[in-house]
Design a protein around this ligand. Structure first.
Ligand code: PLP
Length: 381
């Protein structure tokens, strides 16, 4: 059998339909969207159509979509760009944010800001009482993700936004993992800004957006020709933006069926996991329908992922690799998981093309690898 991919939270394959829509803009339709001639006008129209498609997926007006090179840039633009207009105060993030939120917050710390990380319950959910405590200190920016990339746990972003607004703070949410998996209504959540990315919804890598309430003030990371309403200069990546638009439309059309189908597959998979003695993380709360996060006591997560790769399965370990040293997942540590258990974490994430057969084949392989690694560990103990 071909390689079986269970790492859709890392990235998704481009849908052929999306690629088809992009191709003309990589070949004949190569115009610069700022040019006044026919090719340029065509590129501009394609970008504006994509803006409408992306806006529609998250229920905003097209003018609220600022295209960027991806989620990382959108998170940086919001945190650094908003701070530029504010007096240094406190930036509140959760203890389970993606590094592209954590690092910009740490960047602000070098400019006189206080960084406050919100506690997370052992179930994997941000503690709103801790938020209340945090907000008793003057706060400029609050950034809490909509769904965690490792556990899939959904965060109470609407409640957090209400409290942040009451405290006169700007409220941002990184919705990169939630997009296309749950219904997102930017206005209903009362957000000031939200980050999304194309490559998690079967679109191309290198395209994303910051969705904004037009009343907030941002300073651009990149200055120049004034593209994207002055917030993101640089000639637009037309093919990637077109692909993002089509992927957004596709995601909207799939939304209703995705949850029942993938949660059924995921739940069957987890029943088998539990029967094998796995420990699950974040499984007791509302979470993304495609994500499963688990460990086997005494089995190293990295090793398990490498062994499964040799057999043709793509998964992710929970560890963050920085050069030669692997650290246990910060998300799991924040949830109070012991480091030796956290080192065993493996993330399994389904996609729209995952099937029951894929899972059955995988479970057989997983059982044999886990048994082998466990007996090896017992021999060396
Ligand atoms: N935020 C979250 C929660 C993510 O999972 C990711 C990617 O893994 C990003 C941000 C970064 O997005 P991009 O890869 O588009 O820069």
């Amino acid at each position: 059998m071909d390689f079986i991919y269970f790492d859709h939270n890392a990235t998704t394959p481009i849908e052929p339909f999306v690629l088809e829509a992009m191709m003309p803009f990589l070949q004949g339709q190569y115009g610069n969207a700022s040019s006044r001639h026919d090719l340029g006008i065509h590129a501009r129209q394609a970008i504006e159509q994509a803006r409408e498609q992306v806006a529609s997926l998250v229920h905003v007006r097209p003018a609220q979509v600022i295209f960027t090179s991806g989620g990382t840039e959108a998170n940086n633009l919001l945190i650094k760009g908003a701070a530029e207009w504010l007096k240094p105060s406190q930036v509140v993030i959760s203890a389970i944010e993606h590094p592209c939120v954590v690092k910009p917050a740490q960047f602000l710390a070098r400019r006189g800001w206080q960084v406050r990380q919100l506690a997370v319950s052992e179930l994997g959910v941000v503690d709103t009482e801790d938020l209340e405590q945090a907000l008793s200190t003057p706060t400029g920016i609050v950034s809490v993700m909509m769904a965690n990339n490792e556990t899939g746990c959904l965060q109470p972003v609407g409640v957090i936004a209400q409290k942040a607004r009451a405290a006169k703070a700007l409220m941002h949410s990184d919705a990169v993992q939630a997009l296309g998996k749950i219904e997102i209504d930017f206005e209903a959540l009362q957000l000031h800004a939200m980050t999304i990315s194309a490559h998690k919804i079967y679109g191309p890598k290198g395209a994303g957006a910051l969705i904004v309430d037009r009343r907030i003030e941002l300073f651009p990371l990149l200055s120049g020709g004034g593209h994207e309403n002055g917030l993101r200069s640089g000639t637009e990546n037309v093919p990637a933006i077109v692909g993002f638009g089509v992927a957004a439309e596709l995601a909207a059309s799939r939304l209703a069926n995705l949850k029942p189908r993938l949660s059924e597959l995921r739940d069957k998979f987890e029943s088998a996991l539990v029967a094998m003695g796995a420990i699950r993380f974040g499984s007791a709360v509302d979470r993304l329908c495609n994500t499963s996060y688990f460990a086997f006591d005494g089995v190293d997560g990295e090793t398990l992922v490498i062994e499964l790769d040799k057999l043709g399965f793509g998964l992710a370990s929970g560890a963050a690799c920085s050069s030669a040293y692997t650290e246990p997942s910060a998300t799991l540590l924040a949830m109070g998981v012991a480091p030796e258990i956290a080192r065993g974490a493996v993330r399994f994430s389904l996609g729209v093309h995952s099937t029951k057969e894929h899972i059955n084949v995988f479970l057989t392989a997983l059982k044999s690898v886990v048994n082998r690694l466990k007996s090896l560990a017992a021999m060396t103990a």
